[in-house]
Design a binder for this molecule. Structure first.
Ligand code: BEZ
Ligand code: FE
Length: 248
């Protein structure tokens, strides 16, 4: 306050902003976390508290995680609509030594091809569209079918939206798929894979992109591989191994 010699009207405006942020909060909406996100505070705190030490890097949880994703079998589709480019996501859950982590649990969730999560479009998207809870096999391997998600705007109908507007910042996040990966004896990992080449990959509104999380969603034209995965040909294939840290 000393540095900028805050005026009384400026102080009043700051109080009004914080009051509006509080009034926007309810059981579903947390405007203060969104404020922390767009100021880069969430990502900084996340990074300080999860120095990776060679493991997969973490990133923000975001507001669209639901407590119970539906349990699905390896190879199932998390997409229940069929719009958007068909896609297979594969990988292995490993320890830092490269040993597989059999039976690791992977909670995944993503927006659809229009950039909306199921919870933003009740009655439009089926419940739990774009979500799944998978268990890695004995080799730590996982694979599932989906569609390539779109980039999307964070919620802008509250004071955080006004803040972005006033500071001439866009509200978009690049396309990504969220993961929470857990296994006994390892620290839980909250992360995303980002679609390489997505719009806004260089200017995420919440500063959550880390280079190591950018993943090629390679175009594949191989009818027999597509048939093996039970997906339409051609399709996109993303491969991403996840390395967990042991609990200290
Ligand atoms: C998300 O990726 O779901 C998200 C993260 C931070 C703010 C808004 C959305
Ligand atoms: Fe997201």
């Amino acid at each position: 306050m000393r540095e900028v010699e805050l005026t009384i009207p400026e102080w009043e405006q700051a109080i009004a902003f914080l009051t509006a942020a509080g009034q926007k909060c309810d059981d579903e909406r947390q405007e203060f976390i969104l404020l922390s996100d767009v100021l880069g505070v969430s990502m900084l705190v996340e990074t300080i508290n999860n120095r990776s030490g060679g493991a997969t890097e973490s990133t923000v949880l975001g507001p669209f995680h639901v407590v119970e994703s539906p349990r699905r079998q390896l190879g199932d589709s998390i997409d229940q609509v069929g719009a958007g480019p068909p896609c297979v996501v594969t990988g292995r859950v490993l320890s830092a030594s490269g040993a597989p982590v059999p039976g690791a649990s992977l909670d995944v969730w993503q927006a659809n091809d229009q950039g909306f999560y199921d919870v933003q479009q009740p009655g439009v998207q089926p419940r739990a569209n774009g979500r799944g809870l998978f268990t890695a096999d004995a080799d730590g391997a996982f694979w599932f079918r989906t569609i390539v998600p779109s980039h999307y705007p964070i919620p802008t109908d509250g004071p955080v939206g006004s803040l972005l507007n006033a500071t001439r910042r866009h509200p978009y996040r690049p396309a990504h798929i969220h993961f929470i990966v857990t296994a006994p004896g390892y620290r839980p990992l909250t992360t995303h894979i980002f679609v390489a080449g997505s719009e806004y990959i260089e200017s995420d509104a919440v500063f959550a992109v880390k280079k190591s999380l950018i993943t090629e969603f390679a175009a594949v034209d191989d009818p027999s591989l597509a048939a093996g995965y039970g997906i339409a040909n051609p399709f996109r294939l993303a491969n991403f191994d996840i390395v967990l840290r042991p609990v200290p």
